[in-house]
Design a protein around this ligand. Sequence first.
Ligand code: FES
Length: 145
Amino acid sequence: MAKYSKFLMEHFQNPKNVGEISDPDGVSTVCNASCGDIMQMFIKVNGNRITQATFKAFGCGAAIATSSILTERVKGCTIDEALEMSERISKEILSELPKEKIPCFTLVANALKLAIEEYKNKRHEQVQLHGKEEFDSLTMGVLKD
Ligand code: FES
C-alpha cells in the first residue's frame, strides 16, 4: 500500500468541500482512463472570484485528499489565481504523493481546469447574448426613430 504524508492522510480522512453545488457556475466531470475513477468538480463564482468549490469522487484516497486540498485553496481566488494555485499545489503535492498516485492528482487538477473552462464559456455566451440584446434594442430604437 502507498505511504501518504500526515497532511494528505488528514485530508483523506476528513475531506473538505465534499458534495454538489446546486446551481454551479462551472462544473466538470473527468475520468481517469487508467483506473476508471470519476471526479466531478463544481465552482461558484462571484465577481470573477471563486466563492465555493466542491467535489464528488468515485476515486482513491489520493484523489479525495488532493481534491480536498485544491478546493480549499482556490476559495477566494480569482479565476487566474485559481489556475496558478493549481500549478503551485501540484508542485507541493507531487513531492508528497507516491509516484504511482500522480495521475490521481492530474485528474483533480484537470477537473478544476475544466470547471473553470465551463464557467468561462458560459460567461462568454452570456456576454455575447447580452451584447446581442443591446444591439437588437439599439437597432430597434434606430428603426423606431
Ligand atoms: S487510482 Fe483512480 S484516481 Fe487514484
